[in-house]
Design a protein around this ligand. Structure first.
Ligand code: OOG
Ligand code: MG
Length: 264
């Protein structure tokens, strides 16, 4: 087995067996490019088992997240249909190791994202926008990692929930998407607050960032893909009480929620 395949296998076992591992980069040299190869290999394993890729996500697009995790570069991960929960649906917490939840903005592509196209053409590929929740769950012990570690671990992607989609052009005609208040509530208590402007200054900048990283690392982003632009706030622990409610609200765009099930 090559090093890449071995590292992908180690992370895959940690994820499916809910058993956290030591950081890959502890004592070895894994560069960022190899880390993306490990991520590609891990996704290929899952697709081979019948999972279907439905989109991509950015990580560390907000200062709050970068500071919370002690890293500094924007990163790209891949999401599968099998990790999506419908809006208002139940999330089985026992699927995870030490899950956290964060409020995000989701974008839906109406056309393929062409990395060679100018930024305004890339933006025109975005058809719809929605509030979203992302569940992240590091496969590393204590949720600690280097940038290469977290890239290899598919940027901690573990699950997501998308609220009601709205036509982007219509939304932009009466809202400033770069200046909407974002609130994360757990059981009716405010856990985190921020602004959509905390995501790269404007969540629509995620499109160019995705195009760049996707072409650098060989990730196709076809029409119909969902893009998670990145968390607007720091992440909060996913509650472990069955029946607990998690709600993200983006002022003007609406809310998205899930309920906790399968708690231990
Ligand atoms: C990595 C994932 C970061 C975001 O929205 O910034 C991320 C992590 O924090 O474990 O998804
Ligand atoms: Mg995220």
């Amino acid at each position: 087995m090559s090093d890449i395949a071995e590292l992908a296998d180690r992370l895959d076992r940690a994820r499916t067996g809910r058993a956290p591992i030591v950081q890959l980069t502890a004592g070895t040299e894994v560069d960022l490019e190899s880390a993306y190869l490990v991520q590609r290999e891990g996704i290929a394993l899952r697709v081979g088992r019948g999972e279907r890729v439905v989109g991509v996500k950015l990580g560390f697009t907000s200062k709050a997240k970068a500071e919370q995790m002690g890293v500094s570069d924007v990163i790209l991960g891949v999401m599968t249909a099998q990790t999506q929960t419908e809006d208002g649906g139940e999330i089985d917490r026992s699927r995870f190791i030490h899950p956290r939840v964060e409020p995000e903005i989701a974008l839906l592509l109406g056309a393929d994202l062409d990395p060679a196209a100018p930024a305004d053409e890339q933006l025109a590929a975005v058809a719809q926008v929605a509030p979203a929740l992302e569940i992240i769950d590091s496969r590393y012990r204590d949720f600690r990692f280097s940038l290469a570690d977290v890239v290899a671990d598919n940027t901690s992607a573990a699950g997501f929930v998308v609220g009601e989609w709205r036509d982007l052009a219509t939304v932009l005609s009466d809202l400033d998407l770069a200046d909407l208040e974002v609130t994360l509530e757990i059981d009716g208590e405010v856990a985190e607050t921020g602004s959509t402007g905390d995501i790269l200054g404007d969540p629509l900048r995620a499109v160019a960032a995705v195009a760049r990283l996707a072409s650098q690392h060989g990730v196709p982003v076809p029409a119909g893909s969902i893009i998670l632009a990145g968390a607007a706030t720091a992440a909060a622990p996913l509650p472990d009480r069955a029946g607990a409610q998690v709600v993200a609200t983006v002022a003007g765009l609406g809310s998205v929620s899930c309920t906790i099930g399968g708690a231990r």
